[in-house]
Design a protein around this ligand. Structure first.
Ligand code: MN
Ligand code: MN
Length: 490
């Protein structure tokens, strides 16, 4: 199998488009370093393109028709964006789903304490991290504090040029000889990964009181308000171009906001004059890094509910005539051999089940790029390579494909046709060598509806590190590939 380095096929216009996209991407990453920030930004971008709030349409009982663009958000941390196709919705959606949560350190509910004059915020890590990567580097605090009366205060410390940053301190190399004999997994104590936030007593008050005073003055929050807060510690600083040739991007949260950005961009860029046969959906979910549980994770029914609401609003707008005819069976048959008019209306639950089963999905998540520095953990033939295009992972899982969603060859063949038809450069890969580990995405959850699902995303070096590496070219191919998928109607 010949591999194609994407850069080699680009002309001058492609290269300019790559740079333009990468600029927007870096801005998207900077403006969305938590799931909430990412969703509100996605909604803002969609609204600019004329997307309407589904809740508003529900309230006003407004019918949804082909060509309409609607979005649905859930608790500010998940969202789905739909572009309604010309055909019956029941013939299935083209869904691209990614996640907007990333590994980080969460602030505990009772976090603030002082020890020998140093003030700390106690943390609990979120998602799979290599603990050592979080020591001795600049950190920022993002999130919201909801006060007793329900008002939410947004917090962001450490991102502006003149903002202070926070840090987790490390032991100097001169000390801890005995400690150096320990195994890596025992080496770092998660309970000792607290963030240093102050060291300045003022007048009569100790350093901790001083920190609380600053927080009150700046945000009108008190110590007890940490009880109802969602504060996340993330690496401080902006996404950067990476490499002397500037061919890559170094940034926090590219797992999985690289796929969130590229799939959203693909949906928003689908021309308004371009009629889509099938309904397209860009789905952004929370909690993937901790197993997709919770009301905003993929295991929640919020997506199913959103599709049901859309179906309810499309009923009777003439769009589903064919499906009504198809469903004609049973009693009450008229002269034309069809059900009487009043019986032709399919129950909503059946419409929903058909819609989901007939849907097709790309579970858009990042893939581990082959790293020559860690060669033995990969199998070269079946690895993803930076700048080799959009990655398809037919299956994930670990060991004997345990827990895997293994996509059907029929589906993979269809995707080959779709990608080749639009000259999208793609590659196929496994997540590392067999028995070296493994992982999963939201693919298996959506596969429960009986739809075709495959993992498909962008290759990343240093995945889950505070600073991850992607190729600008792969992002560009992802947008191309996702557009091709959205507009496909096989
Ligand atoms: Mn991921
Ligand atoms: Mn991940």
């Amino acid at each position: 199998m010949e591999r194609k380095n994407v850069w080699k096929v680009y002309n001058e216009a492609d290269r300019m488009a790559v740079e333009e996209l990468s600029f927007l991407y870096r801005h998207f990453l900077d403006a969305g370093k938590t799931e909430r920030e990412c969703i509100s930004q996605a909604v803002r971008l969609a609204k600019e393109k004329g997307f309407q709030d589904l809740q508003m349409l529900i309230q006003k009982k407004r019918a949804i028709k082909p060509g309409d663009k609607v979005y649905f958000t859930h608790m500010g941390k998940s969202a789905a964006f739909f572009k309604i196709g010309e055909g019956a919705i029941e013939s299935g959606l083209n869904i691209i789903g990614s996640h907007v949560d990333s590994p980080r350190l969460d602030i505990k509910q009772i976090p603030c304490y002082e020890e020998t004059g140093n003030v700390y915020l106690d943390t609990h890590y979120y998602g799979g991290i290599k603990k050592y990567q979080w020591f001795a580097c600049p950190l920022a605090l993002h999130g919201i504090v909801v006060k007793r009366d329900g008002t939410a205060v947004e917090i962001c410390i450490g991102e502006k040029e003149d903002d202070p940053v926070l840090v987790i301190t490390d032991l100097l190399p001169h000390l801890g000889r005995e400690r150096n004999e320990q195994k890596v997994k025992d080496f770092f104590d998660a309970e000792k990964m607290d963030v240093l936030v102050g060291n300045q007593p003022v007048g009569e008050s100790v350093a901790k009181e001083q920190i609380l005073k600053i927080l009150y003055e700046k945000y009108q929050i008190e110590e007890e308000d940490f009880l109802s807060a969602e504060l996340e510690v993330v690496p401080a600083g902006k996404a950067r171009e990476c490499g002397i040739d500037k061919s890559m991007v170094l940034a926090y949260g590219q797992d999985d906001r690289s796929c969130a950005f590229s799939s959203l961009t693909a949906l928003l860029e689908l021309g308004d004059h371009e009629k889509l046969e099938r309904t397209s959906c860009c789905l952004l979910v929370d909690k993937e890094e901790t197993g997709s549980n919770g009301a905003t994770g993929m295991k929640s029914r919020f997506f199913e509910n959103a599709v049901a609401e859309i179906l309810a609003l499309t009923k009777g707008c003439g769009q589903n005539k064919k499906m009504e005819e198809d469903s004609a069976m049973g009693e009450n048959i008229g002269q034309d051999g069809l059900l009487m008019q009043e019986d032709r209306t399919m129950p909503l639950d059946l419409r929903l089940r058909r819609t989901l089963m007939n849907s097709r999905m790309l579970s858009a998540d990042v893939s581990a790029a082959f790293d020559p520095m860690f060669e033995k953990y990969f199998e070269k033939k079946n690895s993803a390579y930076l700048a080799n295009g959009l990655v398809f992972n037919k299956y994930s899982g670990s060991g004997g494909k345990s827990g895997a969603n293994d996509a059907n060859p029929e589906y993979m063949a269809m995707l080959r046709r779709i990608m080749e038809g639009q000259h999208v450069v793609f590659q196929t890969a496994e997540l590392g060598a067999v028995d070296q580990g493994g992982g999963g995405t939201i693919a298996y959850i959506m596969a429960k509806y009986g739809m075709d699902v495959i993992d498909c995303g962008i290759a990343v070096l240093s995945m889950h590190a505070p600073w991850e590496v992607t190729s600008k070219a792969d992002l560009y191919e992802a947008v191309k590939g996702y557009k091709a998928f959205f507009s496909s109607c096989f």
